[in-house]
Design a protein around this ligand. Structure first.
Ligand SMILES: Cc1cc2nc3c(=O)[nH]c(=O)nc-3n(C[C@H](O)[C@H](O)[C@H](O)COP(=O)(O)OP(=O)(O)OC[C@H]3O[C@@H](n4cnc5c(N)ncnc54)[C@H](O)[C@@H]3O)c2cc1C
Length: 287
């Protein structure tokens, strides 16, 4: 393994200069994904550019009616922020459900978004909330930011300063955990705006976070669990792996979406009787 230099810039301008003058440098947030990827030789780099001394990247504050969360805010900081707990509870609950205390105390929201792991929780929460991702160059809405498997709209030399979340009426995020890591086997974020518009974002499907447009339009027309009765998430858009089949994951999307809506409406989330689908489902059905 080649020697890698370690840099600790002290301002946003210095970080941007590092990325321009050292194209093979990589930003280091909490190192929870990057260090493992580097040690496994999944990425090559010449310099780590550590963000921890840059002021302002750890801020959580209200900007008018919107919430600003700096890129270097850890999951634990977000989970415990009194402002977020009181006014944006879905974000604090999502953060509290990530991994374990060690990872929550060093892993960051900026690192999670830039990494865009297909089983990560933040992409679903941020996409459903229609948040803006603010970089050193521009503002990118979540709809344009997430571009598939470990891929984002960030260009060379571009990096995340923080996120802006608009206030919404109601939101929840539910996941079915992969037990060893607590990454989402499937995770579903459902958000309802004041005008009744609903957004549903799904993670854990293997190809990167995605919206479930059919559920969004159905729930926008009628905010009831029953509205979802005839909807199925198409399993041809889902990958199978050793943890679960595509069919099982698609089924979980529907289950979690129903539970999310039920948590708001007070209805039962139970599905009509249907074949039991198991994690290793091979197409045969059991009642
Ligand atoms: C065992 C384990 C379990 C986990 N469980 C979950 C889970 O349940 N749910 C979940 O959502 N996540 C989970 N994670 C992910 C974890 O919480 C971190 O969010 C993720 O690993 C990113 O880590 P980091 O913030 O330390 O970023 P790093 O590892 O330091 O960086 C990750 C990538 O982002 C880039 N980067 C970092 N900061 C910026 C920035 N500001 N702008 C642009 N690029 C940047 C880096 O260059 C690198 O490419 C888990 C991780 C592990 C190891």
């Amino acid at each position: 393994m080649n020697t890698v230099a370690y840099l600790r810039p002290r301002s946003i301008a210095e970080v941007s200069e590092c990325l321009i003058s050292l194209p093979e440098a990589r930003l280091l947030a909490g190192g929870q994904s990057l260090i493992a990827a580097w040690r496994l030789r999944l990425c090559e780099l010449t310099h780590f550019v550590d963000l921890q001394d840059v002021p302002d990247l750890k801020d959580i504050r209200l900007e008018g009616d919107a919430l600003w969360v700096g890129a270097m805010c850890t999951h634990a900081q977000i989970a415990e922020s009194p402002l977020i707990v009181a006014q944006f509870p879905m974000l604090s609950a999502l953060a509290q459900g990530i991994a374990d205390a060690q990872i929550r105390n060093v892993g960051t929201i900026g690192g999670a978004l830039a990494n865009n792991d297909p089983a990560a929780c933040w992409p679903a929460g941020v996409l459903a909330m229609h948040a803006d991702i603010v970089t050193n160059q521009r503002v990118i809405n979540a709809d344009a930011f997430f571009q598939g498997f470990f891929t984002t709209a960030l260009k060379e030399g571009e990096w995340i300063l923080g996120l802006r979340f608009s206030r919404i009426t109601w939101a929840t995020y539910l996941k079915f955990e992969q037990v060893a890591s607590r990454f989402a086997l499937v995770g579903v974020a459902v958000v309802r705006a004041a005008n009744g518009q609903v957004r549903v974002a799904v993670t854990g499907l293997g190809q990167g976070v995605t919206r479930w447009h059919a559920a969004e339009s159905t729930l926008t027309s009628a905010w009831h669990v029953q509205s979802l009765n005839k909807l199925e998430f198409e399993s041809d858009k889902v990958l199978s792996d050793i943890h679960a089949s595509a069919k099982y994951r698609a089924h979980l999307v529907a289950v979690l979406c129903r539970r999310a809506v039920a948590a708001n409406t007070g209805e039962s989330a139970a599905m009509q009787r249907q074949p039991l689908i198991t994690p290793s489902d091979n197409g045969s059905s059991v009642f």
